[in-house]
Design a protein. Sequence first.
Length: 291
Amino acid sequence: MSIKQRNPQNVKTITDAVVYISYADDPKVSKNGVLDHTWMTLGILKDDQEIDLNRAMEIQETKGLGMGTVAVTGKPGSVVLKVLVLEENEAVQSVLWPDRTKGSTPSKRIDGAEILLHSAVLARPFVAVEYEFNDGSHRILASRTRTAAKGENLSKGQEASGTEIEINVLPDTFKAVFEKLDFVPDEKQEIIDLERFTNTLPQAKKLVKLPAGATGGTWNLRINYNETKDLAHDANADKVKEALREIAGGEEATVSGSATAGFTVEAFEGILAAVSHLEGATGQITVEDAP
């Protein structure tokens, strides 16, 4: 029995795929798989579908009398990519309605309004298909020339059934249709920064104004749920700073100003509020953004 070179690692299925289009004159893709800013994604593809890419080949047979087929000639046919796209974004709209205008009369123009033309014009973008395989590797197929793209089904319903985009890939002068790149993404491309969690909260700047006419009593400042010790009605900036630095969120607080002009509080973390137990004053303590 001969040795058969079979390798299960060569059996690959895709776990994700993205189709990009670009209307630039010369769009580029770097050697590590990064597409330049001119590429737009067609968006989310429908689950459980194949990336339907077909390369047709016509076979012409020559038959000899009494011999049957004596020669076979191949003739390249169409290379067609079909995808079912769920999103309705600008890239998809550019394929569905490639011929459109915003009008030419300034007095009649309305922002966001367009005239969609049903003409013979086809969208002519470059196309790139990126596959992610089950082993973590990626492959990009990028067209050598502009393609001819169309989308015919404009129906909408309660279920997002998707829009089928059909792209005819055309050869260049060398009969080439795609450039293929296999790569493993650089880990740096996979970094996602935290958006909700942070080491420190943004430090605000607030102006605390005490009501005029206070003759006695006390008042407090509060950061989130942490309240300072009682402050006298005539406490100065140093006393306010000392009280703030004793509670969580105010450890690095700075305070300037006075009871009459108002205290400017900076470098604290959290929500600043005030509690009044002042005597002789009818108004409330206000906390507002400092200029």
